[in-house]
Design a protein around this ligand. Structure first.
Ligand SMILES: O=C[C@H](O)[C@H](O)COP(=O)(O)O
Ligand SMILES: C=C(OP(=O)(O)O)C(=O)O
Length: 342
């Protein structure tokens, strides 16, 4: 008889996704809301809804009070602008890092390096539920396919980030996800990695995964028809101008993919200078007159402008990852975008 294996202290068991979902359930009414919000985004993607998709919110959520404060402001603004803008809030709880750094609320909720993921996943799910209850559709980045199992029912739009679009594991995950997914161009600016990801993700796959009870399983993914390209610039080169968008749309058309593109006004498009997002977003809105297939824009926005280091006392409502527009700037920008779309 094999000796009973001692529990490795470096392996800390977590509740399985079904347990957390049962403890923090999405009500039937809110499930219906999420279904409708996913369908509204699909309608923008297939052109039957002409509104501009606006994905806006903090680079990362680290403080639930500030996240809900932002969410309340955004929900109120949405009431005014929803005839021309389909507003979705960024609720990013997993952060991909260039090398090392804080990896997000799901991984290190106390920001003390202990990596309490049981607490992190619980707090991530709770804050997302609270944001949905404000009536907002949510966007997130799916980084670890296992983390997504705890949150997938709450999300209306998912991003696959620039660092992971080329990964087969992520493409297979997208093939299995039940919502529209934006695939970002690579950090080197390459469009082809995202186009190849769209081709892969629209097909079904047999792959290894985990079921909601934590059992390793073979998954037969259905294929996701609702994907699109997100242009985020790369290696200091921007790709939000009319020529870059035309080149990207041609590559998509040649590959038989949806040619509607969303422009991330932040990241390499803004060279991480948050205020540049203001001008980029308006340029993109103006381009829509000639190119109505521009699906929308993404903004990194919070309550206070800029960002701050994580150590020391934190300024309320200020990003601890990428720099963001302030709420005042965001409010003004969204109103101006709405006016220009009239
Ligand atoms: O949006 C977030 C960041 O750009 C991304 O997570 C990489 O961040 P880093 O280069 O600071 O690690
Ligand atoms: C990490 C992000 O973007 P990218 O993958 O484009 O760097 C993000 O949007 O938070």
């Amino acid at each position: 008889m094999p000796a009973r294996m001692a529990q490795d202290p470096a392996v800390r068991p977590l509740p399985v996704p079904a347990e957390l979902k049962q403890r923090l359930p999405l009500s039937e009414a809110l499930q219906l809301q999420v279904d409708c919000q996913r369908q509204a985004i699909r309608n923008c993607l297939n052109g039957s809804d002409s509104r501009l998709l606006v994905i806006t919110g903090p680079c990362s959520l680290h403080d639930e009070v500030a996240a809900l404060d932002y969410g309340r402001r955004l929900a109120a603004l949405n009431e005014e602008l929803s005839d021309r803008l389909l507003i979705v809030m960024r609720a990013y709880v997993e952060k991909p890092r260039t090398h090392i750094g804080w990896k997000g609320l799901a991984y290190d909720p106390e920001r003390n390096g202990t990596g309490d993921m049981a607490l992190g996943l619980e707090r991530s799910r709770q804050v997302m539920l609270d944001l949905i209850a404000l009536g907002l559709p949510l966007a997130t980045e799916a980084l670890n396919p296992l983390a997504m199992l705890y949150l997938d029912d709450l999300v209306s739009w998912t991003a696959i980030g620039a660092r992971t679009t080329e990964s087969q594991t992520h493409r297979e995950m997208v093939s299995h996800l039940p919502m529209p997914v934006g695939l970002k161009n690579g950090t080197d600016g390459s469009i082809s990695t995202a186009v190849n990801a769209m081709i892969s993700a629209r097909h079904s796959h047999h792959t290894l995964g985990v079921d909601c009870h934590g059992r390793i399983a073979m998954l037969d993914t259905p294929g996701n028809p609702d994907t699109h390209l997100v242009l985020r610039g790369g290696r200091g080169i921007t790709n939000y101008d009319a020529n870059s968008i035309a080149i990207a749309r041609k590559a998509l058309a040649d590959a038989g993919c949806n040619t509607r593109v969303l422009v991330d006004c932040s990241h390499d498009n803004a060279c991480k200078q948050h205020e540049r997002q203001l001008d980029i977003a308006l340029q993109v809105v103006d381009q829509r007159r000639n190119t109505p297939e521009i699906l929308g824009v993404m903004l990194e926005s919070y309550i206070e402008a800029g960002n701050q280091k994580m150590d020391g006392e934190l300024v309320y409502g200020k990003s601890i990852t990428d720099p963001c527009l302030s709420w005042a700037q965001t409010d003004g920008l969204l109103r101006e975008m709405h006016a220009r779309l009239g």
